[in-house]
Design a protein around this ligand. Structure first.
Ligand SMILES: *Cc1c(COP(=O)(O)O)cnc(C)c1O
Length: 367
């Protein structure tokens, strides 16, 4: 069997005819930028998440930058985020003139609330929880810390569209939340795409200005210096079609996670992510299935020899381990231990049960 980590051609090939129809329709109308497909997508996204405003953006990284700016984060502010995240999370903080302060993660690989509390200074303006791998952090604790210290929350929920904590969707807990529609994301388009969600009218208005050169949608006057960071209308048309299948896709991811969980949980050499029904507070969408493994390199080579693609998230490093970024995470920390053992197993809706079982059988064989 040959099981690549992610199957990019299938993203299009799976529903080729339907995609060609919606793309052709948008192109025939000359509907390239800020047209009805984008408006429809924004309306559907906001109603899906139960949030007042959703604004389509060029990508997840620009969503983070503009969400921070529109929420008032800027020069000399400090923003707390986990070290186990994409470079884009910290880059967005640097690009608004603020300073990223890295903290540790817990056993579930998400930001550790106790480490947040310890990192707060009188310059802390915001917490950026990263809802990694499709799981939402303990937002009860994080909201309590934010409130007590009078700081805001801007969520990097780029990996967590549809994930919930206490029945509330990732992205809706703070001042603003961000999403990415990069092809490998759970709702992936055919290129780059992103969105910001917020319940604040003030933040939503700023975001709309900033994403379109500072231009006021009503009178066309430039009200501030902005960016070009719009979600392409053709991508919005593709995303509208993909949204029709989103629940189905997430259910499939959860079913795959359940097979991994049941077949692998007896192995002492592995630590698995929480199973799909392991805790009633969390509803996980399994953007990724990130395990920790003894002899991780040996396992990865063995699986490779059996045709199974795996990857180490972020190339195998937490942000404080990139010397050139000069970011610190004071030890002892769990993140350093975790990055010696972490590994992503294949996880996408088109994997068959037989493929998932084959992967598990090979892992069992290795140990
Ligand atoms: C994908 C992702 C982003 C944003 O990525 P873009 O490629 O800019 O859309 C940000 N943070 C995390 C954690 C991500 O996984």
């Amino acid at each position: 069997m040959k099981i690549p980590f992610f199957n990019y051609p299938s993203l299009f090939n799976q529903r080729k005819e339907e995609y060609l129809e919606v793309i052709t329709d948008a192109l025939d109308r000359g509907a390239f930028i800020m047209q009805k497909d984008l408006i429809e997508f924004e309306e559907r996204l906001s109603s899906l998440l139960g949030v007042k405003y959703a604004i389509g953006m060029a990508d997840g990284t620009m969503s983070l930058i503009i969400a921070l700016r529109a929420s008032g984060v800027g020069n000399d502010d400090e923003v707390i985020l986990p070290s186990h995240t994409f470079a884009a999370s910290a880059a967005s903080i640097v690009h608004v003139g603020a300073k990223p302060l890295l903290v540790d993660c817990g056993k579930d690989h998400l930001i550790d609330p106790q480490s947040i509390q310890k990192a707060i200074t009188d310059k802390t303006k915001a917490i950026m929880p990263v809802q990694l791998n499709g799981r939402t952090a303990d937002m009860d604790s994080i909201q309590r810390i934010a409130k007590k210290n009078n700081i805001i929350i801007v969520e990097d929920s780029c990996q967590a569209l549809g994930s919930k904590f206490n029945n509330q969707f990732a992205g809706t807990f703070g001042a603003a939340g961000t999403f990415s529609f990069f092809p490998a994301k759970t709702l992936g388009c055919f290129g780059d795409g992103g969105a910001i969600v917020t319940n604040s009218q003030k933040i939503a208005e700023k975001v709309r200005l900033l994403r379109d050169h500072g231009r006021d949608e009503n009178d066309g006057k430039v009200k501030s210096f902005g960016y070009n960071s719009r979600l392409d209308n053709v991508q919005a048309a593709v995303l509208n079609l993909k949204l029709n299948y989103y629940t189905e896709d997430i259910n499939r991811r959860r079913a795959i996670a359940k097979i991994y969980d049941e077949m692998l949980k007896g192995l002492d050499s592995l630590d698995l992510p929480p199973g799909p029904s392991s805790n009633e507070k969390n509803y996980d969408i399994y953007q990724n299935y990130e395990i920790e493994a003894d002899d991780r390199d040996g396992l990865q080579n063995f699986l490779d020899s059996k045709g199974i693609g795996t990857i180490r998230q972020w190339g195998g490093y937490a942000l404080h381990q990139f010397e050139d970024l000069n970011l610190k995470l004071d030890g002892p920390n769990y993140t350093d231990e975790m990055t010696k053992r972490f590994l992503l197993l294949p996880m996408h809706p088109l994997l068959t049960d037989d493929e998932v079982k084959y992967i598990c059988d090979q892992i069992i064989k290795f140990y």
